[in-house]
Design a protein around this ligand. Structure first.
Ligand code: MEV
Length: 290
């Protein structure tokens, strides 16, 4: 029996734009998914298509047990975390000998297959290595994360589907390239500007607000997300934006330590479920067996 866990993530900047080779920055957060895999003669087909794909890709049969601190389908990278933790647990239990980088590659493959071909390596890479990562096409660069990040996540509880949102953006891009492409370029430019302002939380907040506006223009927000973003800013957050595919799921706000409870209360007043958290720097890790 082998148990591994992997963290969720938020996109600081660049969701959707990363699918088209623009730069983006993502960061892993403390809440995790724990997966136990056990060698077993009886293979019970897992409920999660991501877990099923992990077993299929590695041509292995076993039993799986999942516990999660991450809400699923909410933009916090729970599918990537479950994929990464499952692959590490299989790798350990069946002594397959894959390196951390190879597991990250396999996890990206699983996400691509399960999401119908389009998925950036962002979620799986960040969940594998932890910390903060710049993604640009095939390039992945681990960044020194800024200190004392207070993050408040607001879950709108509106369900969404990543593949569907990615497909909608692709359609918009095909239909109106002259409008969609400059939006993608501007999102990429925001990421590059953020690289020079990592220790300036106020400026990062401003850039988050601009990135959210561009995601609205791409058509991937939702009235519930717009509400939460405005509530977080009014309560004193440096900035707030949706995270991940959009259309529902979560927003996150960058806050000072002094304002994070106020921001969380404001989000709860808008019927969101909240998580107060910070950056995770470990990535996937082995856990004690149950
Ligand atoms: C989903 O968390 C982020 C998207 O950019 C898709 C991807 O990067 O694969 C929408």
């Amino acid at each position: 029996m082998a148990t591994w866990s992997a963290p969720g993530k938020v996109f600081l900047f660049g969701e959707h734009a990363v699918v088209y080779g623009k730069p983006g920055i993502a960061m892993s957060i403390k809440p995790r998914v724990m997966v136990t895999v056990r060698h077993s003669r009886y293979f019970q087909r897992p409920n999660s298509p991501y877990i099923a794909e992990c077993f299929k890709l590695l041509d292995i049969k076993g039993s799986v047990y999942v516990r999660s601190q991450l809400p699923s389908a909410s933009g916090l990278g729970s599918s990537a975390a479950v994929t990464v933790a499952t692959l590490f647990a299989i790798n350990d239990e069946f002594q397959l000998g894959y390196s951390r980088a190879e597991v990250a590659e396999l996890a990206h493959e699983v996400e691509k297959i399960t999401q119908g071909g389009r998925a950036s390596a962002t979620d799986t890479y960040v969940s594998t290595f932890g910390g903060m990562v710049l993604i640009r096409g095939e390039e992945k660069r681990r960044l020194i994360p800024p200190q004392n990040l207070s993050i408040v996540i607001g879950n709108s509880m509106v369900s969404h589907n990543t593949s569907e949102m990615v497909r909608r953006v692709a359609e918009f891009r095909e239909h109106s390239p002259a409008v969609a492409n400059p939006i993608m370029d501007a999102i990429g430019a925001i990421t590059m500007e953020a690289m020079h302002n990592m220790e300036n939380h106020k400026e990062l907040g401003n850039l988050m607000n601009r990135n959210h506006a561009l995601l609205e223009a791409l058509g991937v927000s939702h009235p519930a997300l717009s509400n939460l973003v405005l509530a977080a800013r009014s309560a004193g957050a440096y900035g707030a934006k949706l995270s991940g595919a959009g259309g529902g799921g979560c927003i996150w706000a960058l806050c000072s330590k002094g304002s994070r409870n106020r921001v969380a209360n404001a989000l709860e007043d808008c019927d969101a479920k909240t998580i107060i958290t910070t950056i995770d720097t470990e990535g996937a890790r082995k856990e004690a067996d149950l």
